[in-house]
Design a protein. Structure first.
Length: 399
């Protein structure tokens, strides 16, 4: 089933105010702000309604037809634990234990659904918010926190889980993914690549360049855009005149918009896109239409630029509550399951907190290593200056 998303496509008025027209009758030039109304409203793939009702979709039902009760409970567990980890990380930052944190709150279905669609031999290129995808790839969640605490540059071996290190530079990982996918094709491997990015990154030139190369070389890559409506404080309509998934048409490959708060739809759509890639049919752009229910990062205050009514409307579409309603209505889970999961969630939170506080401080002199392949006199001078600076603290303490 596809559902009308016309409400989502209409321009929003943020808390900052309304746009209007300006004019004068005294001879000054009249200026008018106009908008272009779309002739057709975009549609999105949905298998679970916000009320938790399963709906049919002739095109995508086959990709979740064999899903078992255990697998459905597994998807729910993934989302709950990812949210619990994310909440703990946010609290740790607020308490001074992390320098920064980018929350995934509200985007659990998009990440878990797409993450569970990947195979072990597929390769994933994330941004800095894909904590749920990292969970699906078997990366210990505590390893995600070292970079945000400033004790390492990533915290895991990308080749151990085929999950690349987090990328802070907006959009550049799509180029890395495309190049890797081109290599996969030349090697004749039966695997695919998936690159994650947000609606804000879709405005970057790197993303457009990756689309070009992926299309021309028929690279086995899936571009997974989590459209969470806000590029920090900029709403999506300030970046594009058409739904993001339609951009793929101009590059010569298909695009699809999926309900990003529907974990089953995200699973099905991503499975199909990855199968296309593996079978030599080239790239696909998936736009997961979701919502960032928290701040862009912990340095951001979303109340400055968006209305509470908008957030409340999306909270009613919460991806975890949606799946829970379905599990209960279809008798896939009982109260015992939810109680056990709550206990597991609290245990995860404690482990994350204890692990972060136990992380050793980094070697202060490591930043001088590998700057140049053969060393450099200026780096040696800076190292010596830093050593003297560090030693000055020891002198003060000993005085």
């Amino acid at each position: 089933m596809t559902v009308d998303s016309s409400a989502a496509s209409q321009p929003r008025r943020s808390a900052a105010g309304k746009a209007g027209t300006a004019g004068s009758k005294t001879g000054t030039k009249r200026t008018t702000r106009t908008t272009t109304k779309k002739s057709t409203d975009p549609e999105l793939v949905q298998l679970l309604t916000p009320e938790g009702k399963r709906v049919k979709n002739a095109e995508y039902d086959a990709y979740v037809a064999g899903i078992t009760s255990e697998e459905l409970r597994g998807l729910y567990r993934d989302m709950v634990l990812s949210r619990r980890f994310d909440a703990e990380a946010t609290a740790l930052q607020r308490q001074g234990e992390l320098g920064l944190w980018a929350s995934l709150l509200g985007q659990e279905a998009a990440q878990i659904g797409s993450g569970r669609a990947t195979r072990e031999d597929d390769y994933v290129f994330p941004t800095y918010r894909e904590h749920g995808v990292a969970w699906c790839r078997g990366v210990d969640p505590t390893n995600l926190l070292g970079m945000f605490r400033g004790v390492n540059h990533g915290g895991w071996d990308p080749n151990s889980n085929n999950f690349h290190l987090y990328t802070i530079v907006i959009g550049s990982q799509t180029l890395h993914a495309t190049g890797y996918a081109m290599g996969v094709a030349k090697d004749g491997a039966d695997s695919a690549v998936i690159a994650y990015f947000g609606d804000g990154a879709s405005s970057q030139g790197d993303v457009a360049e990756s689309f070009t190369f992926a299309a021309v070389y028929n690279a086995p890559v899936v571009f997974f855009c989590q459209n969470n409506q806000w590029a920090i404080s900029e709403p999506t309509e300030k970046q594009t005149r058409v739904p993001l998934y339609q951009r793929a048409q101009g590059f010569g490959f298909p695009g699809v918009r999926v309900d990003g708060n529907d974990v089953l739809a995200c699973l099905a759509v991503t499975k199909r896109a990855l199968e296309r890639a593996r079978s030599g049919e080239g790239p696909t752009l998936v736009e997961a239409y979701t919502y960032r229910m928290g701040a862009h990062t912990t340095s951001d205050d979303p109340t400055k630029y968006r209305a509470d009514e908008e957030r409340e409307a999306w909270e009613a579409k919460d991806p975890i509550l949606r799946l829970r309603r379905y599990l209960e209505a279809a008798h896939h889970a009982d109260e015992g399951f939810f109680a056990e999961l709550e206990a597991e969630s609290e245990a995860l939170g404690r482990r994350v907190r204890e692990s972060v506080r136990a992380m050793p401080d980094p070697d202060n002199f490591a930043m001088f290593e590998h700057v140049y392949a053969d060393g450099h006199a200026l780096v040696d001078e800076e190292r010596a200056q830093f050593a003297a600076y560090q030693a000055s603290f020891a002198d003060v303490e000993g005085a």
